[in-house]
Design a protein around this ligand. Structure first.
Ligand code: PMP
Length: 408
């Protein structure tokens, strides 16, 4: 039995008040809160083991290295990666995609080649490919999104062909709550001789993920959205693909031999970890992954699926509301617009009641244009949210509407 009340006691911040009201934190797609265990791991690392890694032979350096490499093993296992040599630490999803678009893209893409993305991508899985396309002459193509918030997979099958060198798609949309069939996209990519990158920023924190089962070649996610600290993320890549890639950043640790006029590279994953990494944060991410494993991702998914359904049903009671995305198989995200209130005004009024939601384009401007809106309000749930918090949200929205109605 998943005990949400017990889970809540492990997140100190959930006990705080905002403007005298209990905090209702519904901005988890932006970043998640951190359990005590992660905060303690950070503290313990700095109080007892802090040192630079890999290069030192003293005790602290060995301990720090072992904690850092231990996190690599844990995260690799968490994502179902067969070997940890494919697990590269980065600053987050954004850096992971930039790493691939740069280190793979600049080497492999040529004029006439195509990179297939979707219309629902976060800017961080779009802009790096625009830059790569500009540098190489490759073209970007886009799988359209249908009215119901799912991808047009027939069009995807037509678009992915002999010119395609990379398919890059978001696993779970940060706006529409859709879980995209990335397994099928990976099959289409491989049939065409292309590679597949999955943006897992909104899936790794919420769904059981297995990179082998997804069949992708790259998988990117962010530690801070999955209970870990900011400043650490992950790029998993197939070791044989990472092997062939050029480095991304140059500097210490990523080299084997350095001469004045040239250098040779360390083996993956170290080839992609230049300079002093975010060691403390990596250790914190290891603790976050331990915590998620302890809860079991199947339970996390089931809790959020139920909560998401409940939120969808309760929000639908608000007259005139549009909840974007599919009606079923959703993650715990609800992006919505109300006809008479601007999303920014809504989130400001909700903040006065201690309720944190987000409003804006959510770094998906092309998708906003496709939906015909400039912004949406977005409530996003996580493993510590409750039905009572959904009720608080819906009640506050109803009051906000009344408030604005008075001025119409
Ligand atoms: N992709 C998606 C789907 C996201 O939701 C986000 C974060 N909002 C990102 C990528 C970027 O993640 P980060 O800012 O942690 O690099």
């Amino acid at each position: 039995m998943y005990d949400v009340e017990k889970v809540r006691t492990e997140f100190p911040i959930l006990g705080r008040k905002v403007g005298g009201k209990d905090l209702v934190y519904l901005d988890n797609a932006a970043t998640s809160q951190k359990p005590r265990r992660v905060l303690e791991a950070l503290n313990e690392y700095y109080e007892e083991h802090n040192a630079n890694i890999h290069r030192g032979v003293h005790r602290l350096s060995e301990e720090a290295t072992s904690a850092y490499e231990g996190s690599r093993r844990k995260v690799a296992r968490f994502l179902g990666a067969p070997e940890e040599t494919g697990l590269v630490f980065t600053r987050g999803t954004t850096e992971s995609v930039n790493l691939v678009a740069h280190a793979w893209g600049r080497k492999e893409l040529r004029e006439g080649d195509e990179v297939v993305l979707t219309e629902v991508e976060h800017h961080s899985n779009l802009v790096p490919w625009q830059l790569a396309a500009r540098a190489t002459g490759a073209k970007l193509r886009f799988v359209p999104v249908l009215e119901d918030g799912t991808l047009d997979m027939e069009e995807a099958a037509r678009l992915i062909g002999p010119r395609t060198k990379m398919v890059a798609a978001v696993h779970a949309s940060n706006v529409l709550a859709t879980i995209n069939p990335v397994e099928r996209l990976a099959e289409l990519a491989h049939e065409a001789g292309a590679l597949m990158l999955v943006d897992g920023a909104q899936s790794a924190p919420h769904l059981p993920v297995n990179v082998e089962a997804l069949g992708c070649d790259f998988f990117a996610c962010s530690g801070h959205k999955m209970l870990g600290p900011t400043g650490v993320g992950v790029l998993w890549g197939r070791p044989e693909v990472l092997e062939e890639m050029d480095p991304f950043l140059g500097g210490g640790e990523m080299i084997r031999e350095v001469h004045l006029d040239h250098s040779t590279w360390n083996d993956p994953p170290h080839k992609f970890e230049a300079g002093t990494m975010n060691i403390g944060q990596v250790v914190g991410l290891g603790a976050a992954v331990d915590y998620l494993k302890g809860l079991r991702m199947e339970n996390v998914r089931e809790h959020e699926r139920r909560l998401g359904e409940y939120a969808y049903q309760r929000l639908s009671e608000l007259e005139g509301i549009t909840i974007h995305g599919p009606t079923e198989d959703r993650t715990g995200i609800a992006s919505f617009t109300l006809p008479d209130v601007h999303p920014h005004d809504l989130s400001q009024l909700l903040d006065e009641e201690g309720i944190a939601i987000r409003s804006g384009h959510h770094c998906t401007q092309p998708l906003m244009r496709r939906l015909g809106v400039v912004a949406t309000a977005r409530a996003s749930f996580y493993l510590y949210n409750t039905e009572e918090e959904v009720d608080a949200l819906v009640d506050a929205l109803a009051r906000a509407r009344e408030f604005f109605g008075a001025f119409v």
